[in-house]
Design a protein around this ligand. Structure first.
Ligand code: ADP
Length: 577
């Protein structure tokens, strides 16, 4: 539908109305004026006829037709009104004269089409019956028609003036009504375009003022809704940002619509620059791209696992769920879970169970074997019996040692994870002395010189018995793996670099090859299995030391060179001199 402005509709409507009213008024007035002019002319004609008759004695001109004709001629020359006494009534005049004879003054208009002029005829009764005569007065209407035309022109001029005034008034009123409508429409358009600072015009037209107020409320709601959406966005961002799992959202045109920090870090992309870009431009891994497409198409959630190769290979578990909104537009959300660490821990747990079983199996089968040998008759030979019971005893001690170490490890780990290790402010020298006293018999046995170097006033915040256990484990190893005549040293001093104390156990023993160092603190890890077993080792000693140090929030390091010796260095952070 073609659109026209409200202003032009109002203005044109008003002009049409005014025009129609003025035209109708003009027509009615013209008709009235013409009627009045004819009436006046008819009255003048009748008066002239009566005046003429009044000059005759007895007011009966029929007695002197020649005199009447002369007087009538005189009247015609002065007033151009023609008077005829009892004219011959032609066919059309019958009715006119009959009415006049009854005493009525009757007028009639004749129109001469060829000459374009009107003539008024008035039949005037004179005298009383029975001598009543009829005089026919005839006058030209040209004068009154001319006057009428003058009046019509004036009337028309007036009408034009009124029409002009009305149009100007209409224009002003239409403008006054439509300007605020236009301003409101412009404000609404700006509002729709997102300009919430748009000014809403004030107006005194009640309906428009109401519309303006409604727009104002609409703007408030827009602002409020915008704030809510903003808040929700921020919350969503905060939630996604704080998630450990990576989250990647894509639309059905395979464009990235969102990616959180965790996912960006995992995939090595910049989250700010990824949004809005096609999947294949951002994600290099073809398996992940394929998974994303499957997730978009599948109704059910899908799962998979893939390895992202990089500096460190990472195993990622993927879960994809298709998105469908009300309009049918789709996409998918993919959650990426880095399960590398979990899998590593799971492997460690499995290995540990296998290792424990293996470690326990050896002494148990040995004990079982010797018990069976004894039952089979060896018990009757006192020498064999004594020898076999000795072996059974040593294997039982080994079992007990492994179990004791495992229990110790589990206790330490528990206090490590719960952070409830009871600690005290203690002089370190006392702890080192007690540990050394414990090891001295074994050192003497192997001809090792055990020395302590520790300031008497050096204090540390530690769990005394546990730290003692750690030092005993390290010194025991140092003695075990050193040749007779060598020196084993325990040195403690305030840390020169960081706060806390440094505790060193140094030996001049066989040393450890570099390739073993990274795994040295693992449970049941041994450089030389047979040698360790022969020396009564469980393979758990260093693991226990590491967990004791960790329970104190400390660190442990090892330096070693084969044939030169080994130094274990413990850093305990909390200490006071
Ligand atoms: P084990 O009970 O076998 O001594 P540990 O956990 O205490 O178990 O030690 C693990 C391994 O580390 C040992 O088997 C040994 O090979 C090596 N090791 C530990 N301390 C020393 C040391 N001071 N010198 C040489 N090798 C050592």
């Amino acid at each position: 539908m073609p659109r026209s402005s409200l202003f032009w509709r109002l203005f044109a409507g008003w002009c049409a109305l005014v025009g129609a009213v003025l035209a109708a008024g003009f027509w009615v007035a013209s008709v009235q004026l013409a009627g009045l002019a004819d009436e006046a002319l008819a009255a003048r004609l009748a008066d002239a006829a009566r005046g003429l008759v009044a000059t005759f004695p007895g007011r009966d001109p029929a007695a002197d037709p020649a005199g009447f004709a002369a007087a009538a001629e005189a009247l015609r020359t002065t007033t151009r009104i023609g008077c005829t006494l009892e004219p011959d009534s032609s066919a059309g005049d019958e009715e006119l004269f009959a009415a006049a004879r009854r005493g009525d003054t009757v007028s009639r208009i004749r129109y001469d089409g060829a000459a374009g002029r009107r003539t008024l005829e008035v039949a005037v009764p004179v005298g009383n019956p029975p001598t009543r005569r009829v005089v026919l007065a005839v006058g030209d209407a040209v004068e009154s028609d001319r006057a009428l035309a003058v009046w019509q022109r004036r009337l028309l001029g007036g009408c034009v003036l009124v029409a002009g005034g009305a149009a100007a008034l209409g224009y002003a009123v239409a403008r006054r009504i439509t300007r605020p409508v236009g301003e409101l429409a412009a404000a609404a358009r700006r509002l729709a375009a997102g300009d919430i600072a748009a000014d809403l015009p004030a107006t005194d037209v009640a309906e428009l003022a109401g519309l303006g107020e409604a727009l104002g409320r609409l703007r408030e709601q827009l602002v409020e809704r915008g704030l809510t959406i903003g808040r929700q966005g921020t919350q969503q961002e905060a939630v996604l940002g704080s998630m450990v799992e990576g989250v990647l959202a894509i639309d059905d045109r395979r464009r990235i619509i969102g990616i959180n920090r965790a996912a960006a870090d995992l995939l090595g992309v910049e989250s700010d620059r990824a949004a809005g870009r096609p999947l294949q431009d951002v994600i290099r891994n073809p398996e992940l791209r394929r998974f994303a497409l499957t997730a978009i198409d599948c109704r059910e959630p899908v799962e998979d696992e893939l390895v992202l190769h990089g500096v460190r290979d990472r195993t990622i578990r993927l879960r994809g769920t298709a998105l469908r909104d009300a309009s049918g537009a789709g996409g998918a959300v993919i959650v990426l879970d880095d399960v590398t660490e979990m899998q590593r821990l799971e492997t460690i747990r499995r290995d540990f169970v296998a290792n424990v079983s293996h470690e326990l199996k050896t002494p148990v089968s040995s004990i079982k074997g010797f018990v069976e040998t004894l039952l089979d008759g060896a018990v009757d030979d006192p020498d064999d019996a004594r020898r076999f019971l000795g072996i059974i005893g040593r294997q039982s001690d080994r079992l007990a040692a492994i179990i004791e170490d495992l229990l110790a490890l589990s206790r330490i780990e528990q206090s490590e994870t719960s952070g409830t290790l009871p600690v005290e402010h203690l002089p370190l020298a006392g702890i080192l002395d007690t540990a050394a006293d414990d090891c001295r018999p074994r050192a003497a046995e192997r001809g090792i010189d055990l020395r302590i170097d520790c300031p008497r006033d050096l204090l540390a915040t530690v769990n005394g018995p546990l730290l003692e256990q750690a030092v005993i484990n390290l010194v025991d190893n140092a003695i075990k793996y050193s040749e007779p005549g060598k020196i084993v040293q325990i040195v403690a001093a305030p840390s020169p670099t960081a706060a806390g104390v440094l505790l060193r156990v140094r030996d001049e023993g066989c040393g450890i090859a570099a390739e073993h160092l990274p795994r040295l603190f693992e449970r049941f890890y041994r450089v030389d299995k047979a040698r360790s077993r022969n020396l009564g080792g469980t393979g758990l000693g260093l693991s226990i030391v590491k967990h004791i140090v960790q329970a104190h929030s400390g660190t442990i390091a090892v330096e070693s060179a084969p044939g030169v010796g080994t130094t274990f260095t413990i850093h305990l952070p909390s200490a006071a001199a």
